[in-house]
Design a protein around this ligand. Structure first.
Ligand SMILES: [Fe+2]
Length: 288
């Protein structure tokens, strides 16, 4: 069993790094951590960085998860190799760019590019967002999945993810106490479906809702409240159609032996207690 301890960063390609930086800082509220040739790394908490936009194909998405030791990483590589995944070890230069000790790269069964990393750097300086969005940190990702049953099996049997709840067939999975760190949504492609940052309070959700509206950033869902995790949320559209989410108040599951995943309907009320309707195709087969 591959033990993932946390999600660490996303890397997203862009053909317009300047606009991506403007969005990540002035809209989303992240802080530039480092500029390297053709890439910008952004901080959202006390880690070195949790998001990177790099010059490249906007459909190139990478998500990294932390493993505790080098020995676990090597065992994970052997497990994935035995299952037929093409596993590549990151070069020293790639490790340096990511500020990690070592990593492997492979594709999940849908084709999502995943990195398992060891010893990601913390930041020596506190995060100060370019705007006060109330962000407390990068928290979870949603992936597109061409076969959610197959991919749920990968994340829960090859890796240590546990299903907390399902909306339709879409599993919300935890790797720690937080209700979900990985979510899978049916789609006909691979890639990151949404990137979540936690914010401090309802106050931040409401303030951002008004700010995004004023700045004419498309709000695609919310403000609302998830019946699954009980988190209050706001979804909006970033560069190249990427969906970003702020949420606050996500529940934690501490009673592992007694928790049973619950089933919610794949319809607006399965996503929102307050009656909001998603304009996100992966949530509704509607707009995106
Ligand atoms: Fe989410």
């Amino acid at each position: 069993m591959i033990e993932l301890s946390d999600v660490v960063y996303c890397r997203v390609g862009t053909q317009d790094l300047e606009s991506a930086e403007a969005f990540a800082t002035t809209i989303l509220g992240l802080e530039v951590a480092e500029r390297t040739k053709g890439a910008i790394h952004f901080k959202s908490d006390n880690r070195d960085h949790t998001l990177c936009y790099f010059e490249g194909n906007p459909e190139d998405h990478v998500t990294a998860f932390e493993l505790k030791t080098s020995a676990e990483l090597q065992a994970a590589a052997a497990t994935l190799d035995a299952l037929g995944h093409n596993v590549q070890y990151g070069s020293p230069a790639e490790c340096e760019i990511r500020h990690v000790r070592e990593f492997i790269r492979f594709n999940d069964p849908t084709g999502n590019v995943i990195e398992f990393i060891v010893r990601p750097s913390m930041s020596a300086v506190e995060y100060h967002g370019a705007r006060d969005a109330g962000i407390t940190g990068f928290s979870h990702v949603g992936f597109y999945s061409t076969d959610v049953e197959r991919d749920e099996k990968f994340w829960t049997t090859v890796c240590n993810a546990r299903v907390s709840d399902r909306i339709g067939d879409a599993p919300l999975m935890r790797i720690g106490a937080i209700h979900h760190t990985i979510a899978l949504f049916p789609g006909n492609k691979s890639g990151i479906q949404h990137i979540n940052h936690q914010v401090e309070s309802t106050h931040d959700i409401q303030r951002s809702s008004n700010l995004l509206r004023d700045k004419q950033v498309p709000i695609t869902f919310g403000p609302g409240r998830h019946p699954t995790s009980s988190a209050q949320f706001l979804y909006f559209r970033g560069p190249d159609g990427m969906t970003y989410e702020y949420s606050t108040g996500v529940c934690e599951i501490h009673d592992e032996p007694l928790w049973r995943d619950r089933q919610f309907a794949f319809e607006p009320k399965g996503f929102c207690l307050w009656g909001a309707s998603p304009k996100i195709a992966a949530f509704s087969e509607g707009d995106d």
